[in-house]
Design a protein around this ligand. Structure first.
Ligand code: NAD
Length: 355
């Protein structure tokens, strides 16, 4: 298992250090054979090499089976030109590796039901995986721009475009993911209004013949937005395009409470992936040793499940996180009155002990 670790900026190095500790603990018990290399990305790379994605980092990322990233960015680099800002490093890496499938689980540990913005009885048991197409759709579609009309008024325009092969490959990722879960897949579109979504529904529907063991449903995006906050437990895997996925995955994230808990994966066609917590570099708490490392640790678990096909090892980490929460251990972001917070390192140690 060749893994490139890119700690990045802010709390990135703090949380990835804990994720590595946990991976090494799993490796010792299960003999995974992990081979770790490290590289620079984002602000850290700008400081050392003047660019956010140096060539050696990209070469190591290409040679690895998976990349585990912390987070990039921070006020120190905000004044730089857009083209060499830290975030460009991450976007460049996603593009260079052809990572078209973004997987974002929204899983609520029952111990954290009171940290959600919704009532505990609505969110209890939520376990959703959103599969979002990441390299197509309206964010990349041409033509795009702002033009002057004949009457002199300015007009902005973008193009929502998907070809069959793009829909098919994200569909396959979603059907495969559903097979690793409870075998229910909901495809989200707006086929009542948009032709591109008529094609989306048609291609996803045709794929279902290859997955007779997965129950497929179709839903309009506006209804999904409502159902996510009304009765989120009805969903298992959701597959959708870039724009709808962007919005729905943030909404689903908030079902679960703290952003510090959430992992993500971006995959290419062969299952190679970039794994990172959903949160950013949290400059406000960086260096204080109080960041929640569980999003990074659960990203490592996703890596074992999706790139390395070791659901047993992934489950071991997820269960260890559950036991740590059962024991009442909380970082500051998860704190409810009457408890005392533990730091980043203590949380990582606790997960290792629980393993
Ligand atoms: P952020 O996620 O860094 O922080 C938002 C809030 O959540 C802050 O109050 C922070 O303290 C808290 N938080 C985040 N992660 C936490 C954790 N693990 N434990 C405890 N608390 C946590 O978002 P932001 O403040 O909007 O962005 C800060 C920087 O991060 C910016 O430079 C932004 O561009 C960058 N960013 C990077 C990524 C990425 O690397 N993928 C994603 C989002 C933002």
């Amino acid at each position: 298992m060749k893994i490139l670790v890119l700690p990045g900026d802010g709390i990135g190095p703090e949380v990835t250090a804990e994720a590595i500790k946990v991976l090494q603990a799993v490796d010792r018990r299960r003999g995974l054979g992990i081979d770790l290399k490290e590289g620079l990305i984002g602000g850290a790379a700008i400081d050392a090499h003047g660019v956010p994605l140096p060539d050696p980092t990209l070469a190591r990322a290409r040679a690895a089976d998976a990349v585990l990233m912390g987070s990039v960015g921070g006020p120190r680099w905000d004044a730089l030109d857009r083209a060499i800002r830290p975030e460009k490093g991450l976007l460049g890496l996603r593009a260079a590796l052809g990572l078209f499938a973004n997987l974002r689980p929204a899983f609520l540990y029952p111990q954290l039901a009171d940290a959600s913005a919704l009532k505990p009885d609505i969110v209890a048991g939520v376990d959703i995986l959103i599969v979002r197409e990441l390299t197509g759709g309206i964010y990349f579609g041409e033509p795009r721009g702002i033009r002057i009309r004949a009457d002199g008024e300015r007009e902005g325009f973008n193009t929502e475009v998907y070809c069959e092969s793009e829909i098919r490959r994200i569909g396959r990722v979603a059907f495969d993911a559903a097979r690793q879960r409870t075998r229910r897949l909901c495809s989200v579109d707006k086929a009542n209004v948009l032709e591109v979504m008529v094609l989306w529904r048609d291609v996803i529907g045709a794929l279902a013949a290859d997955y007779p063991d997965v129950e497929l449903s179709h839903m309009y995006v506006d209804n999904v937005a409502m159902q996510l906050v009304r009765a989120p437990r009805q969903f298992d895997v959701i597959v959708t395009g870039n724009l709808f996925g962007d919005i729905l995955s943030d909404a689903a994230a908030m079902l679960t409470g703290s952003i510090g808990m959430l992992p993500s994966a971006s995959l290419d066609e062969r299952g190679k992936g970039l794994y990172e917590p959903v949160h950013g570099s949290a400059p406000d708490i960086a260096g204080h040793g109080k960041a929640n490392p569980l999003g990074a640790i659960l990203s490592a678990a996703m890596m074992l499940r999706y790139t390395f096909r070791r659901p047993d090892a992934a489950q071991a980490i997820e269960a260890a996180v559950g036991r740590v929460l059962d024991a009442g251990l909380r970082t500051a972001d998860l704190l409810t009155p009457g408890r005392e917070a533990i730091g980043t390192t203590a949380m990582g140690d606790a997960v290792c002990d629980a393993l």
